[in-house]
Design a binder for this molecule. Structure first.
Ligand SMILES: Cc1cc2nc3c(=O)[nH]c(=O)nc-3n(C[C@H](O)[C@H](O)[C@H](O)COP(=O)(O)OP(=O)(O)OC[C@H]3O[C@@H](n4cnc5c(N)ncnc54)[C@H](O)[C@@H]3O)c2cc1C
Length: 396
């Protein structure tokens, strides 16, 4: 394996860096990789929307997708570079839309690819993903949201929960129950227009206070048959594919952690406590060096994962390992940041005494969710323990 990037790839990295330098607001300290921080305020939402549209105009949103569906037909490495830079800058160009586009490209009809994927690649629309329900989290196959087939449509009744940013979405990729008698082969994926009559949403605040989650209620919502993705009762195939995409969230968390580490290093260089720069404190240096080591291990795992994906090798184990380590590393960065900054670290972002814009307190709290979102650490560990990893038999 040779993980050096080519001259063309490095030139693309520079192009992406220049793009973020130009388009991000001055002094931007970065936000988490998911779509959640867009719900912080109207200002953050507008920044997110503007960045999303700009990235679409530059053709960055579907780098690996075929050109006929708005993509660039570029390599996995080019996509990796864009994700690394976006996550490192904490740029608001992340949305659930590309994950839905990947499902449609894999399982959708020609007409669906043109209708749904092209506007995503252009940054024109935002999407949310409706998998989880009050009784269907890790065990997604407990999904109960009922979809009853009629002559020209499906009628949906039930609810989803934890649907990130549904209140900002144009479309929802929703997993429904079409056969109550077959737990695994009784699910169907449908695209729902978020403005459909019969949909109501209730926002839920996250531990950070940001109301980014939604409960989405469906009351006899009609979904045209041409919005079924894949086969009726074929939702399991899409779910398996979606789980693979979600675990690559780990790749983003690593570069998110890298930004926080660099901000902490800068803080330690600039801050003098009791007449001594923090960066000369043995314990502080040791903690920062430990984090740098862990982040580099994660980055190497990331390159290995991308190499495997680029070469068509199975990625279940590697992406699960990155999901585990990436989330945990972000939590350790938040922890170390709080230890180094003491009470300054715990201040609210709008306090005049807050350091690094109060971001350390934010990540200390928000990174709790990194080991839950997109599948929990325990689920990922089960993948590492299973067929592609340790070869342990399935849990009963
Ligand atoms: C930030 C964030 C964003 C999210 N966005 C979305 C979204 O946009 N759309 C969406 O549909 N969902 C979303 N979710 C929900 C997420 O997918 C679920 O939280 C996750 O799948 C876990 O489900 P649960 O919360 O119901 O926990 P449960 O499944 O109830 O699990 C509770 C605990 O038990 C453990 N556990 C469960 N089963 C096992 C097992 N077999 N072996 C070992 N341990 C086990 C879990 O690991 C966990 O620690 C989001 C979650 C977060 C935190």
């Amino acid at each position: 394996m040779d993980f050096r990037y080519t001259a063309e790839e490095e030139a693309f990295r520079q192009e992406v860096r220049d793009f973020f330098d130009k388009e991000l607001p001055p002094g931007w300290l970065g936000v988490d990789p998911g779509p959640e921080e867009e719900s912080r305020s109207q200002e953050y939402y507008e920044i997110g929307l503007r960045m999303w549209r700009k990235a679409g105009e530059r053709n960055y949103l579907g780098l690996t997708w075929p050109k006929e569906y708005g993509g660039r037909g570029a390599s996995v490495w080019m996509e990796a570079i864009f994700m690394q830079e976006a996550a490192y800058r904490g740029a608001r160009v992340m949305d659930m839309a590309p994950a839905s586009a990947e499902l449609i490209l894999q399982f959708g009809t020609e007409e669906q690819k043109k209708r749904f994927v092209v506007p995503i690649a252009e940054g024109q629309v935002k999407w949310a993903t409706g998998m989880s329900e009050p009784n269907a989290g890790t065990d997604t196959f407990n999904i109960a949201l009922k979809a009853v087939e009629e002559s020209d449509c499906y009628v949906l009744n039930g609810q989803k929960i934890w649907t990130s940013n549904a209140h900002h979405a144009d479309y929802l990729m929703v997993f429904t129950r079409t056969d109550p008698n077959n737990k695994h082969m009784g699910l169907t994926a449908v695209v729902v227009d978020a403005k459909s009559p019969g949909i109501t949403m209730r926002q839920i605040a996250q531990p950070t206070g940001i109301p980014a989650f939604c409960e989405v209620f469906f009351d006899s919502v009609k979904v045209p048959k041409e919005n079924v993705i894949g086969q009726k009762n074929g939702g399991m195939q899409l779910l398996m594919h979606a789980f693979g995409i979600e675990r690559s969230y780990g790749l983003l968390t690593i570069h998110n952690a890298r930004r926080y580490l660099d901000q902490l290093v800068q803080y330690c260089k600039e801050t003098v406590i009791d007449g001594r720069p923090l960066c000369q404190d043995t314990l502080v240096r040791s903690k920062l060096a430990q984090l740098a080591t862990e982040i580099e291990v994660c980055m190497n795992l990331g390159d290995e994962l991308n190499w495997m994906a680029a070469n068509g090798l199975p990625t279940v184990k590697s992406s699960a390992q990155i999901k585990i380590l990436g989330g945990q590393t972000c939590q350790r960065v938040g922890n170390v940041g709080m230890q180094i900054m003491g009470l300054y670290g715990a201040l609210d972002e709008d306090s005049k005494w807050a350091k690094i814009g109060g971001r350390i307190k934010h990540t200390y709290i928000s990174s709790i969710s990194f080991t839950l979102a997109g599948g929990t650490t325990e689920t990922s560990k089960n993948h590492v323990a299973g067929k592609q990893g340790l070869g342990l038999p399935k849990q009963v």
